[in-house]
Design a binder for this molecule. Structure first.
Ligand SMILES: Cc1cc2nc3c(=O)[nH]c(=O)nc-3n(C[C@H](O)[C@H](O)[C@H](O)COP(=O)(O)OP(=O)(O)OC[C@H]3O[C@@H](n4cnc5c(N)ncnc54)[C@H](O)[C@@H]3O)c2cc1C
Length: 473
């Protein structure tokens, strides 16, 4: 039987599609790259995923896992063709263990749905990507996603205890466990952030956190980006690690306000959104520290959200910022790099300079507390000259961040988008070690081939391993 016939026999016609419109939709994610899906399948159980992997591997065709397709680094883009395995129908919350504050969930569960479902128990899942109303837990695991509230609590890797995974030969294994300190190599940690290149995640044991008893949310406005950035460093240096510490520059604030109509001070050069959570006495004391440091850095206004409604409005503005940009240009290129917090000011001014030099419209909204920058370039992909300038500017921005002691990605992953920048950060031996790890999990390169690691990542590909005399190669 051919590939389509075998998969249809397993899943039925309704869950195997070659429909041209569906193939088009599944050929890209939320980023700029496009691939070509040959087929999309929708398994609903671990057993079906395992059988899909066995069948597709036998046919020697690439397998690209997909959650909601909100990734921004082309991780779910089938750039080499092949079968897109959509995990979105595996969206059951299997079990909530309230006493141990954990839950086993399917990879297709929407991030926000998990916190809504555990709300009656006073629990939530801490990682909250701005895309949380649509992105899946499987995608969060694969990208080790972060979010505004990951500053104090850590990104996805800190909130996942165990994973059920289908390996390249169709075997099903569990990595990690509910035990607080599991023995053996931390293969759970290896799988998290591997962007669908090592296996397909079919179940996730997540850690849940108690909802905080109290919260204070402050909006600080500044006349310079420098003062806002210095306030970020000052708050953390003072020993306060807010639950969230987010920054928005003026151009972004204007785009958000045009859509939100929430009364944001759009004449300020930069806005800082700071949130502290915990017991009432603690949050009041921490909010006071934030006020003091903001004032020391010439904040022109400091507003405390008066009630839950105002707090929700501020977060709606922050979490919808990328969408709000749609009014200004047909496309946007969203960067994701990290620099040490103390180098935010100089890095930002270089980023503005790069955009100016390439005549590009730039806006910034980012997780300032983590030093995780998200320069956003609004442009028109129908204009080849502008698109080329975006590409060049993006590369220069990565170079600037790396030269300031930063890394290529804070949360969106490497995928295809940053793959060819990997040698900026890793030497041949580093890349070889990662390529060997990939081979251990996936010797035939079935899962998401050509992602993350640039071609020639094995040392012998790079010619750095001398070939002994007389050896047959
Ligand atoms: C408006 C907007 C805001 C965003 N904000 C944030 C943010 O604040 N923080 C952040 O970190 N990201 C953010 N993102 C990026 C994106 O939403 C996250 O990376 C998210 O976790 C991707 O989830 P997904 O379900 O859409 O995954 P997809 O895009 O479908 O896939 C992402 C990667 O995961 C792999 N994958 C998916 N499911 C599985 C599985 N079950 N097993 C193995 N591999 C799998 C895919 O192959 C791919 O490599 C944002 C994106 C948008 C569009």
């Amino acid at each position: 039987m051919g590939l389509v016939e075998e998969l249809t026999a397993l899943l039925g016609e309704e869950r195997v599609t070659e429909d041209p419109f569906a193939l088009l939709m599944y050929s890209k994610d939320a980023g700029a790259s496009r691939g070509h899906a040959d087929l999309v399948v929708f398994p609903e159980t671990t057993e079906e995923v395992a059988e899909v992997v066995r069948i597709v591997s036998r046919h020697g065709v690439p397998i690209v896992a997909r959650g909601a397709g909100t990734g921004l680094a082309a991780g779910a883009v089938p750039n080499e063709g092949g079968v897109v395995v959509s995990l979105k129908r595996m969206d059951r919350i299997h079990e909530v263990d309230v006493e141990n504050r954990t839950a086993w969930v399917g990879p297709g569960v929407i991030n926000l749905d998990l916190s809504v479902a555990t709300q009656p128990y006073g629990l939530h899942f801490a990682p909250d990507p701005s895309s949380q109303s649509v992105c899946t837990i499987g995608g969060n695991v694969a990208n080790n996603s972060g979010g505004p509230h990951c500053l104090a609590e850590g990104s996805t890797v800190a909130h996942v205890l165990a994973l059920e995974v289908v390996l390249a030969d169709g075997e099903v294994t569990t990595l990690g466990s509910a035990a607080p300190d599991p023995i053996g190599l931390d293969l759970r940690g290896v799988m998290i952030g591997s962007e669908g290149t090592l296996g397909l995640v079919t179940k996730v044991l997540v850690r849940l956190l108690p909802n905080p008893p109290d919260v204070r949310t402050l909006l600080l406005a500044f006349d310079t980006v420098e003062d806002a950035a210095a306030t970020v460093s000052g708050i953390i240096a003072a020993g306060v690690v807010p639950a969230a510490l987010e920054m928005m520059d003026q151009a972004m604030a204007v785009a958000v306000e045009n859509w939100l109509h929430g009364g944001l001070p759009v004449d300020a050069a930069a806005l800082l959104l700071a949130e502290v959570v915990g017991e009432t006495a603690a949050v009041e004391a921490e909010a006071e520290v934030i006020r003091r440091i903001g004032t020391e850095h010439r904040a022109r206004s400091i507003e405390l959200a008066a009630d839950e409604e105002q707090r929700a409005m501020l977060w709606k503005g922050r979490k919808s910022a990328f969408g709000a940009v749609a009014q200004t240009a047909p496309d946007y290129y969203l960067h994701d790099t990290v620099v040490p917090r103390t180098r935010l000011v100089e890095t930002l001014s270089q980023i503005y300079e790069i955009a100016r030099r390439h005549r590009l419209a730039i806006m910034n909204v980012f997780h300032a507390g983590d030093g995780n920058l998200h320069p956003l370039i609004a442009y028109d992909s129908g204009d080849p000259d502008e698109t080329e300038r975006v590409r060049k500017a993006a590369e220069e921005m990565v170079e600037v961040c790396v030269s300031r002691g930063g890394v290529l990605s804070g949360e969106h992953g490497i995928g295809l988008e940053k793959r060819d920048y990997m040698p900026m950060l890793f030497n041949e031996v580093d890349l070889d070690a990662q390529a060997r790890l990939k081979e251990c999990f996936d010797p035939d390169g079935v899962f998401n081939p050509t992602k993350i690691l640039p071609q020639g990542s094995r040392c012998f590909d790079l010619g750095s391993r001398p070939v002994p005399d007389g050896a047959w190669v």
